[in-house]
Design a protein around this ligand. Structure first.
Ligand code: IPD
Ligand code: CA
Ligand code: CA
Ligand code: CA
Length: 281
């Protein structure tokens, strides 16, 4: 039985290299354009970093498959099969990157037979490296991670992100969900502009829960392994099992808080196909 530890070592090396590339790109002039909406930003660096990651991994593992945010945007089919598949977000927090707001990450997940096996996330501003291999724990710079075991929602800090849809009806639901969680009451709700780093904060126990509608498989793949290996839950917003392609997630340190968040949420429908033009906001 393959244990994928060699793949983890390779993923760590390439994630660090890519993260350092993003780090130096922050200081340079950025060429910014938009994709599906004027707020859906992309830069030359997003493309260059994805190209570096995929070409390096493909050379090492020619039989593996790849899902990357920018390749999917360019028309490569975003499909998770049973084959070993790398799931890549070259820059998570592109809007933050454009503004030099210090919450930007490189995220690489790895799935086999549709099961998430590895996750590596590099915080490009402070160099923190989060790693996990299924069954072998999650680590932050080599130190074991443990989620918060808080069960009482009135003592919880909740994280979320605004998806790409910004029409008034969607924003009303978004704000309604936030209002319910703020008035629970919880200690607070935070939005940091990077789904992957927000999820790393669940893994480290710095916050108790995270929920989002509209994220993609590359926002969640690596982080899901890291949270689960830190003892947490990553589930669907309906309370069922996570579907990587469903574009929605609830993550939490304890099942009690995950269930509480699930009960509060009014759904926002993003569909499920990343490459379907009808699915664009
Ligand atoms: C986005 C960020 C953002 C979240 C979006 C993501 P990107 O990723 O994580 O915080 O709200 O849903 O798409 O586009 O910067 O990689
Ligand atoms: Ca993007
Ligand atoms: Ca992302
Ligand atoms: Ca991205």
């Amino acid at each position: 039985m393959e244990d994928w530890s060699d793949c983890l070592d390779v993923a760590v090396q390439i994630t660090r290299r890519a993260g350092q590339m993003v780090q130096s790109a922050v200081k340079q002039e950025k060429r910014v354009s938009s994709k599906s909406t004027p707020t859906d930003l992309v830069t030359e660096a997003d493309h260059q970093v994805e190209e570096l990651i995929i070409s390096t991994l493909r050379e090492k593992y020619p039989s593996h498959r790849f899902i990357g945010e920018e390749s999917s945007a360019a028309g490569v089919k975003c499909e998770l099969t049973d084959d070993p598949t790398w799931i890549i977000d070259p820059i998570d927090g592109t809007c933050n990157f454009v503004h030099s707001f210090p919450m930007v990450a490189v995220s690489i997940g790895f799935a086999v037979r549709k099961e998430l096996e590895l996750g590596v996330i590099y915080h490009c501003f402070d160099g923190t490296l989060y790693t996990a291999r299924k069954g072998h724990g999650a680590f932050c710079n080599g130190v074991r991670l443990q989620v918060s075991k808080e069960k009482d929602v009135s003592k919880a800090l909740i994280l979320t992100e605004i998806g790409a849809k910004r029409d008034p009806a969607t924003l009303d639901i978004f704000l309604g969900n936030m209002k319910k969680l703020l008035s629970a009451p919880t200690h607070g709700v935070r939005i940091i502009g990077s789904s992957t780093l927000a999820l790393c904060h669940i893994a480290s126990g710095a916050a108790e829960a995270y929920y989002q509608y509209g994220l993609h498989c590359w926002d969640i793949a690596a982080a899901a392994v890291i949270i689960r290996e830190a003892g947490g839950y990553v589930i669907d917003t309906t309370g069922g099992a996570l579907d990587l392609m469903s574009r929605r997630v609830v993550a939490a340190g304890s099942r009690e808080i995950a269930d509480y968040v699930v009960k509060q949420l009014q759904p926002i429908n993003y569909g499920r196909d990343d490459t379907d033009p009808d699915d664009l906001p």
